[in-house]
Design a protein around this ligand. Structure first.
Ligand SMILES: Nc1nc2c(ncn2[C@@H]2O[C@H](COP(=O)(O)OP(=O)(O)OP(=O)(O)O)[C@@H](O)[C@H]2O)c(=O)[nH]1
Ligand SMILES: [Mg+2]
Length: 404
């Protein structure tokens, strides 16, 4: 039984996942800006220099070792949008894993924006019914902070209503009619609807869109919260990562552990102790992403190295009797942040043990060749726990990090 489980887990660790991610929304809404900040180390102010995207800017973002995001940054000028909905309809909307739709909250033509959104959702539902939808209500920094929540809530209600409308359009769509799409597009849309209806006639009726909405701005950490949620569901082997992080956390008696992807500094996974759960700062995860990204930029500025270069391998913060924390290069594709209760010996021991745990997270860097490497790892770390409290942990005096 255990062997079968280990084999299944090992097979999973070998898989490389590709995801088509559509980034859509009106021209100037901020799509390329957020993409450049998250994946290309741009500063928010650098985005003012970005030109409008022409047609589709396709990029392949390698996220960890076994996830590739095929990011389709779709220029939002009207002529392009019409083209995606007509001539390029099947090409753009087929096999989509995630649609990220960006609304500019300051847009003057809300009705028109919403009408376009409805058309996009209808096309998505026709071609990629299983796709997840993330709606970002963007440029929230332009709204007075006192009314931000209210403005966001109002927009959420409208978007949800419009999404339901889009689904209703697809439900009603007869094979021979396709509203709102001209010429060849009508034929393409009708054919798709017909194929969908023929394959499973009842399934059109229970279209249920998996949708999440976020208020975002490139000027604060809200962008990291939204994008961490987007990638969270896409990361392969998340269960394995979570289990192993928990094992490390318990073994070293940490308050909290965060695992970051090394370029974007998005939180891939986290573990919090019961004590750590009392932390009142619910936005600390995205704040840490934002702080570490800024730290990286500062390092680059003062060392004269390119922003994309690896800027630091270790960062330690000791806050007297409150807490201590370290961020360290973990695997090739990740950094790990460990927050500990105060205490020098505990801190040093945690650093050694985190270094010793590295080999068991090697699967984060790519498909695992030897099945035992990933599969055995959680058992090994759990053995540390079951040894009972600090007894299972390597102590500072007698431990050495593994040579890897
Ligand atoms: N105030 C504010 N401005 C933003 C924000 N995000 C992006 N911008 C600005 O909006 C402008 C347009 O951003 P882009 O990212 O080029 O817009 P886009 O959606 O890619 O536009 P197209 O490529 O034409 O579809 C830039 O000047 C950005 O600096 C934000 O959160 N707040
Ligand atoms: Mg753009």
């Amino acid at each position: 039984m255990a062997l079968a489980q280990a084999q299944a887990q090992a097979a999973q660790l070998k898989k490389v996942k590709k995801q088509k991610v559509l980034l859509m929304g009106k021209s100037g809404s901020g799509k390329s800006s957020m993409r450049s900040i998250i994946f290309s180390n741009y500063l928010a102010r650098d985005t003012r220099r970005l030109g409008a995207t022409i047609d589709i800017d396709l990029s392949h973002v390698k996220f960890l070792g076994n996830l590739t995001l095929n990011l389709w940054d779709c220029g939002g000028q009207e002529a392009f949008m019409e083209n995606y909905l007509s001539q390029q309809r099947a090409h753009v909307f087929s096999n989509v894993g995630v649609l990220i739709y960006v609304f500019d909250i300051e847009s003057r033509d809300v009705e028109r924006d919403l009408a376009t959104y409805v058309n996009i959702i209808s096309a998505l539902v026709q071609y990629s019914r299983e796709a997840k939808v993330f709606v970002l209500i963007h440029k929230m920094d332009l709204i007075q902070s006192l009314t931000r929540e209210e403005v966001f809530d109002r927009r959420v209600n409208i978007v949800r209503r419009k999404t339901a409308e889009a689904v209703a359009i697809v439900r009603k769509q007869k094979p021979e009619q396709s509203p709102g799409t001209p010429g060849g597009a009508a034929a393409a849309a009708a054919a798709a609807a017909a194929a969908l209806a023929a394959s499973s006639p009842s399934s059109i009726l229970d279209i249920d869109i998996d949708m999440q909405l976020f208020a975002t701005s490139i000027w604060d950490q809200s962008l990291y919260k939204a994008w961490a949620s987007i990638i969270h569901d896409l990361v392969p082997n998340l269960g394995v990562i979570e289990t192993q992080l928990a094992s490390v956390g318990v073994a070293i008696d940490a308050d909290e552990i965060l695992l970051f992807e090394r370029t974007s500094f998005l939180v891939v996974s986290k573990w919090t102790s019961r004590e750590g759960d009392n932390n009142p700062f619910g936005d600390r995860f995205e704040r840490m992403s934002s702080i570490l990204k800024s730290w990286k930029h500062t390092c680059s500025k003062f060392t004269g190295t390119p922003r994309n270069a690896e800027q630091f391998s270790d960062l330690e913060i000791k806050m007297g009797t409150k807490f201590s924390m370290f961020v360290t290069k973990f695997t090739t594709n990740t950094y790990i942040l460990v927050c500990m209760p105060p205490g020098e010996a505990r801190f040093n021991s945690a650093k050694l043990n985190v270094a010793a745990a590295r080999p068991w997270f090697r699967f984060l860097d790519g498909p695992v060749i030897a099945p035992s490497a990933g599969a055995g790892s959680s058992q090994h770390l759990l053995a540390h726990n079951s040894a009972g409290g600090a007894g299972g942990v390597q102590s500072e005096a007698n431990s050495r990090p593994l040579n890897i």
